[in-house]
Design a protein around this ligand. Structure first.
Ligand SMILES: Cc1ncc(COP(=O)(O)O)c(C=O)c1O
Length: 382
């Protein structure tokens, strides 16, 4: 793609008109198989697990948005993380951010650990701890920044410097920021991972995941995982993500404006504690957010003190919907202990600060005045 600016890229990368018909939208190729032109020859596709024309276009768009060299679309964000670790071997060591999305921890603790892969969780806000956790067999450092739901940040460039000095790759879960607000590859990351279910799709109507690589061996490895394990995104859902991407920069502007307004309002509220939003000066890593992010996004969390208080708040919201997930046009709120981190034990949750009163909100693109009025009336119920 020429050196286009971001909104142009979002509309056009991978989304050029269909060469056959001129259609300005990418056609949905609902074909599991493709006619072969001879023995061992085809028109570029033979079977949709290995490759599909609609998926190819999405993968091109994802690579362009993240500044990578290859994109790979998976059936969900979790399938993408599984694809990432599927390239490790028994005896390898993996370092992961310590308060990651609970589903990532569930995958690592209940499945990947049985493959002979040693997993170590580290508070990546502490670079000395990252350095100290590295072993001779460390192959990958997986960073989630900001973390879900505590909004703790990792200095991507600094972790990459530490890792690369020891020949270790760094992958970054960029789901919370979207490619618009954070560019891990420009900061040195080797691989970017997304749950496209969130901001990239943007409309809460399809699950999906992605890995974006930077080297020919990434393309080889991730294509093999797609073809061999088969956890790929369907053509129709690829189309939905492609459609979402076209308005991603526009939506992110509104998420950002609303996120800041809601966080500033919440900061004035006495009933909540531990408000975590990197855009507030009170966030301990506000300076890092200013340095490595292009905005602060619309994800935040706060503690209402008890499960009962969180329940009253969630029962009272009207514009915000009480539901899991994030990054859609609609505002959502949920109690983290029973949603994103339900798979952890009480002790594990307590160790990373997921208290019973912790509520996470994803601020949508509605009018911010309505969102603030809704939060105000719901907080009165607490
Ligand atoms: C940061 C993060 N990574 C990964 C995932 C998993 O994505 P999916 O639900 O698409 O499998 C989620 C889901 O909430 C998430 O928040």
């Amino acid at each position: 793609m020429p050196n286009y600016k971001y909104a142009t890229l979002a509309v056009h990368a991978g989304q050029h008109p269909d060469p056959l018909t001129g259609a300005v939208n990418v056609p949905v190729y609902l074909s599991s198989t493709f006619e072969l032109t001879g023995i061992g020859t085809d028109r570029g596709w033979d079977y949709s697990r290995a490759g599909n024309p609609t998926r190819d276009r999405l993968e091109m768009a994802l690579a362009a948005l993240e500044g990578g060299t290859c994109g790979h679309a998976f059936a969900s964000g979790m399938a993408a993380i599984y694809g990432l670790v599927a390239t490790l071997h028994a005896g390898d060591h993996l370092i992961c951010s310590h308060n990651v999305y609970g589903g990532t921890a569930r995958l690592f603790n209940e499945i990947v650990c049985h493959y002979g892969i040693d997993i170590r969780y580290v508070d990546m806000a502490d670079l000395d701890a990252v350095q100290a956790a590295i072993q001779p067999n460390t192959k990958l450092i997986h960073v989630e920044t900001p973390t879900n739901p505590l909004m703790s940040l990792t200095d991507i460039a600094a972790v990459c410097r530490i890792a690369h000095a020891r020949g270790i790759e760094v992958s970054v879960d960029n789901t919370f920021m979207s490619p618009v607000l954070q560019s891990p590859i420009a900061l040195g990351a080797d691989i970017v991972m997304h749950s496209t279910t969130k901001f990239l799709n943007g409309h809460s109507d399809g699950l999906g995941g992605a890995l974006i690589g930077t080297r020919p061996e990434h393309k080889e490895r991730f294509s093999l995982v797609q073809k061999a394990a088969g956890g790929i995104l369907s053509p129709f859902e690829c189309y939905l993500v492609l459609r979402g991407i076209r308005t991603l920069p526009l939506r992110m502007n509104q998420h950002e404006e609303n996120g800041r307004a809601v966080a500033e309002f919440l900061a004035t509220q006495k009933k909540l504690m531990r408000l975590a939003y990197p855009g507030l000066k009170t966030h301990p890593q506000h300076e890092l957010a200013m340095k490595q992010q292009k905005g602060f996004g619309s994800m935040m969390s706060f503690d209402l003190g008890s499960r009962e208080a969180a329940g009253r708040f969630l029962g009272a919201i009207k514009v915000f919907l009480h539901g899991e997930s994030l990054g859609g046009v609609e505002s959502l709120a949920s109690q983290s202990a029973t949603s994103t981190h339900a798979s952890l034990t009480d002790e594990e949750r307590e160790a990373i600060g997921i208290t019973p009163g912790l509520v996470r909100i994803s601020v949508g693109i509605e009018d911010k005045e309505d969102l603030i009025a809704d939060l105000e009336q719901a907080l009165e119920a607490v």
